[in-house]
Write a protein that binds this ligand. Structure first.
Ligand code: NAD
Ligand code: ZN
Ligand code: ZN
Length: 380
């Protein structure tokens, strides 16, 4: 089959790889109809994720049609339309039973119970080949795939983002405890930040403020989500201005950025010490923008130890810090319902549609924030 493969830093290539097969009795094989690239894939692209095997197939936001099932699978059958969440999770361990699928005890033998498994995200996260491909093996077929009800008439694009960024954005505002009347600052106007803006309004926020440095993304945020926007690169003393203007900071700050890729890669070639201090830009902004006793929700991915972590500042100000990989599986039915009922529509973030063959180009423009790229849908 054809698949998008990792070939080293900033190098990806669509090539022929071996077809996936059923390996366990509860495996499912899915023919991918629509897939997409996530900001998390850019951490791989920028060389920040270790343990990428040769020709590793990336991708964790796919949907498609069940092609085959193992003998123990009862939840889906050949021909069913399914959405595949980014979490690989067993469904039976303590964490899966407590809506913490990203912490599944049984899906990641490489990290020895320290994190669950994720599709298309290196051996560190379980070594599961991903979904920017024609076919994909899905383990735990009685728990992982979300079966799209047969009467659903919605096209793939409406449903695709239930695989990750819709539940991730929803979890971000839930985990942060956003409530009616709150002022919420969201760092990053990528797909995750843009969807979190919508959910912050739905949770009753009084004010939603978005920060980025890419003008077309700020423009999109203003136009589609009616949020206040700031460009942190062109605005003078933005942090001071917002602190003052919000009366001491926001109730909640959501970091939908994560480590600063370019900076980290540059510093990597210098010294490890610097790496540990760098790449923390968005988080340090969040720490400055949250009010005393407020909450910082870190959804953007950080990958290593950081000596520049502002521990004392957060401690003295009684800040609540929430973070992690989103547990998306248990949110899928509820959020599917919201999309079906027209209460939530994530499709305005789609700016490009391309065949899987053009995925290398898609990675380039999504990573470089050019051509107005926000979310790129790929068709295998
Ligand atoms: P993206 O790269 O498209 O968006 C990130 C945005 O942040 C860009 O528009 C960039 O210009 C902006 N930015 C960079 N530095 C900034 C700063 N200091 N302040 C404000 N904005 C800044 O990526 P995305 O798809 O929106 O994903 C965002 C983050 O969420 C990534 O780190 C991704 O790995 C992470 N993510 C986490 C989960 C999870 O489960 N926790 C799930 C999905 C994605
Ligand atoms: Zn993702
Ligand atoms: Zn589990």
């Amino acid at each position: 089959m054809k698949a998008l493969t990792y070939q080293g830093m900033k190098q990806v290539k669509v090539k022929e790889v071996e077809d996936p097969t059923l390996q366990k009795a509860d495996d499912v094989l899915v023919r991918i109809t629509t897939t997409t690239i996530c900001g998390s894939d850019l951490h791989i692209y920028n060389g920040e994720i270790p343990n990428m095997p040769d020709d590793f197939v990336i991708g964790h936001e796919p949907m498609g049609i069940v092609e085959a099932v193992g003998p123990d699978v009862t939840r889906v059958k050949k021909g069913d339309r399914v959405i595949i969440p980014f979490n690989v999770a067993c469904g039976t361990c303590w964490f899966c039973q407590h809506q913490l699928e990203s912490q599944c005890d049984n899906s990641n033998e490489f990290l020895h119970g320290q994190s669950g498994g994720f599709f298309g995200y290196s051996e560190t996260y379980g070594g599961y080949p991903g979904g920017q491909a024609e076919y994909m093996r899905v383990p735990y077929g009685n728990f992982v795939p979300f079966k799209v009800p047969e009467d659903a008439e919605m096209e793939d694009e409406k449903l695709l983002f239930l695989s990750d960024i819709v539940p991730t954005a929803y979890w971000s505002v839930e985990s942060a405890g956003v409530k009616p009347g709150d002022t919420v600052i969201i760092l990053g106007c990528g797909p995750v930040g843009l969807l979190a803006q919508k959910f912050a309004w739905l949770k009753g926020a009084k004010r939603v403020i978005a920060i980025d440095h890419v003008d077309y993304r700020l423009e999109h945020a203003r136009r589609t989500n009616r949020v206040e926007t700031y460009n942190f690169k062109t605005e003078d003393d933005l942090l001071g201005h917002l602190q003052e203007e919000t009366g001491g900071g926001a109730d909640v700050v959501i970091d939908a950025v994560g480590l600063d890729a370019e900076k980290t890669v540059l510093e990597k070639v210098e010294t490890l010490l610097k790496l540990q201090g760098g790449g923390l830009g968005a988080f340090r902004m969040a720490a400055k923008l949250v009010r005393k006793a407020g909450t910082i929700q870190v959804t953007g991915v950080y990958g290593t130890n950081y000596n520049a972590f502002p521990f004392g500042d957060l401690f003295s100000r009684n800040i609540t810090l929430r973070m992690g990989q989103a547990p998306v599986i248990h949110y899928m039915p509820e959020l599917y319902g919201m999309i079906k009922d027209g209460k939530f529509d994530p499709t305005d973030i789609i700016t490009h549609r391309m065949p899987l063959d053009d995925a290398a180009h898609a990675y380039r423009i999504f990573n470089n924030k050019v051509d107005n790229a926000i979310k790129i849908v790929l068709k295998p």
